[in-house]
Design a binder for this molecule. Structure first.
Ligand code: AMP
Length: 222
């Protein structure tokens, strides 16, 4: 990757909510043996456990708004200081604003950990709406299913671990529309930010999951 064969895998998965970043990041992180760092999953866990962070984050998340940059930047700095991050990482759902991207750039510079690439998942707005409103997620392992296009073998039960499937609070149609607007206004500017740094690679986020995964492998140079 970036630094040549055998370089450490340090990637950002970028794209609108529902683009399939989490599905691909979870599998590829397993395949590559690096942590999957998903700020949305970390926040939902904090909400479930009822920590101070969770209580603060929940009101933003329920509305489909972004949690304040300072909160998220602290969370990521803390996560990347864990020993497993030295082997590399896939960041999923972070950064989501220009200040977050700038904070990440500084953090990685201080650690002397150059970012490999930023993989952008391109998906049409109509497809995003369809995916998000039909999405069901495992409470236990976070694996995502879709009511019609990727249903579980048994309704309401996770194929992978047997956990309970649920609809995320923020996957209701009204909140999804807000999240897509927030994406366009606050996150889409990151495309130009990373393009200008020569880091951006685009993959089509529609099609068979396996085909998309191959495209991500190629785009990542892995
Ligand atoms: P996700 O699972 O990535 O769709 O994230 C769910 C929600 O968590 C978002 O709608 C935000 O409220 C919050 N969140 C996750 N990541 C971030 C981030 N990098 N910056 C701000 N808020 C975030």
């Amino acid at each position: 990757m970036g630094g040549g064969a055998g370089a450490t895998i340090r990637l950002v998965f970028l794209g609108p909510p529902g683009a399939g970043k989490g599905t691909q990041a979870r599998e590829l992180a397993r395949e590559w043996g690096v942590p999957h760092v998903a700020t949305g999953d970390m926040l939902r866990e904090a909400v479930a456990v009822g920590t101070r962070l969770g209580r603060e984050a929940q009101r933003y998340m329920d509305q489909g708004a972004l949690v304040p940059d300072a909160v998220i930047i602290d969370l990521i700095a803390e996560r990347l200081s864990q020993p497993d991050a030295t082997s590399g990482f896939i960041l999923d759902g972070f950064p989501r604003t220009i200040p977050q991207a700038e904070a990440l750039e500084k953090l990685l510079k201080d650690l002397d950990w150059p970012l490999g690439r930023v993989i952008f998942f391109e998906v049409s707005q109509a497809e995003l709406l369809r995916r998000l409103t039909g999405r069901r997620v495992c409470r236990n392992c976070q694996t995502a299913f879709h009511l019609t296009s990727a249903p579980p073998k048994r309704p309401g039960v996770c194929d992978r671990c047997g956990g309970e499937l649920y609809q995320r609070e923020d996957d209701s149609e009204a909140t999804v529309l807000t999240r897509l607007k927030v994406y366009r206004e606050q996150t889409a500017p990151l495309l130009e930010y990373y393009r200008s740094r020569g880091l951006l690679r685009t993959v089509p986020g529609e099609g068979a999951i396996e085909a998309i995964r191959s495209a991500v492998r190629r785009a990542a140079g892995a």
